[in-house]
Design a protein around this ligand. Structure first.
Ligand code: ATP
Length: 310
């Protein structure tokens, strides 16, 4: 349905997006993951024809839309990162106003607004002013605006940033429903691994303007299939214990979230004997040892050497 080819955007010397290739099939939910500044928003802005690419192409059903952005706008709903609503109007009034901007015929508009209010769960509060809404409710209305013209493709730019967990779950469930019940194609941008793991079948990981990994969720996780994460919970964490772990052979990575030390080691290696020896020598009491399958967070750490949320 959508194909992005060697897309590039330079802001003076900054290569914000540097040769990105990606595609979306109809009905897919695809995640675009990456830390702050990775180039996700710039990529989305080019797909939405808000920013002109320096080079590369964006194709909708095999047809370049860079010179004909109106073709894209017709089928595309964009949920921006920032709240773009009129605070002094009610939810219904906001939807009426945006419906007119989108030129939805007024006969149709009433039904569309009723349906959208149902989807975003704001039917009962539709007459209240947006400025009295919680952050989560405003985000839901932001999504509602993008759904008004029944888009085939929806692009969401970090739609759950800074909201309470309940609203966040509601949004995630709504996106899932739009995909399964309406066969809506979704491009979902986030720097929360767990959201992308929950929603998306296929994932692109971006860093420094480039796609550094892409594929089916399980495929991406299998990057680490030859390795395993071992989480060691200790009674009291001592520097000596960590230092001795560091010099053990075969340890790929050590991360600490007190009182748990997580290490990544090759699957074939039996590290447990060494682990208990090091604990004994440093007078460390091990409470539990858990062998875990790698998460997307581990994959990101492995690929970039950095934690995602820094
Ligand atoms: N209009 C602009 N002018 C100059 N530089 C820009 C502009 N927009 C973005 N950039 C730069 O491009 C790079 C990528 O930014 P972008 O916002 O696309 O990243 P992101 O992955 O969406 O991050 P975030 O999660 O913070 O939104 C950053 O270095 C940013 O400072």
């Amino acid at each position: 349905m959508l194909e992005v080819v060697e897309l590039t955007k330079h802001f003076k010397n900054n290569k914000a997006v540097n040769g990105v290739n990606l595609y979306l099939e109809k009905g897919e939910t695809v995640g675009l993951l990456g830390p702050n500044g990775a180039g996700k928003s710039t990529t989305i802005s080019m797909i939405s024809s808000l920013v002109k690419p320096s080079s590369g192409d964006i194709r909708l059903r095999n047809e370049s839309i860079i010179k004909t952005p109106e073709k894209m706008r017709k089928i595309l709903g964009v949920v921006p990162q920032e709240i773009a609503l009129y605070m002094e109007l009610s939810a219904r009034e906001n939807l009426e106003l945006f419906g007119k901007i989108y030129k939805i015929p007024s006969k149709e508009l009433k039904n569309r607004i009723d349906e959208v209010l149902e989807i975003i769960g704001l039917k009962d509060r539709q007459k209240e002013l947006v400025k009295t809404y919680s952050g989560g409710m405003q985000r839901r209305l932001n999504i509602g605006v993008a759904l008004l013209h029944e888009p085939e493709l929806i692009i969401m730019d970090e739609p759950t940033v800074g909201i309470d967990p309940q609203s966040r779950n509601y949004i995630l469930e709504t996106v899932k429903r739009l995909n399964t019940e309406k066969n809506m194609t979704v491009l979902y941008t986030s720097h929360y691994m767990e959201e992308v793991e929950f929603l998306c079948d296929r994932i692109y990981i971006m860093d420094h303007g480039k796609v550094i990994a892409s594929g089916e969720k399980e495929e991406i996780k299998s990057i680490l299939s030859a390795e395993q994460t071992i989480a060691i919970k200790v009674e009291m964490l001592k520097g000596e214990f960590v230092e001795s772990l560091k010099i053990l052979p075969n340890i790929r990575n050590i991360s600490i979230k007190e009182p748990i030390v997580s290490i990544i080691v090759p699957k074939k290696i039996n590290i447990l004997k060494d682990l208990f020896k090091v604990a004994e020598e440093s007078n460390t009491n091990i409470i539990s040892v858990n062998i875990e399958t790698p998460s997307l967070e581990d994959v990101f750490l492995h690929l970039t050497g950095r934690q995602l949320r820094n």
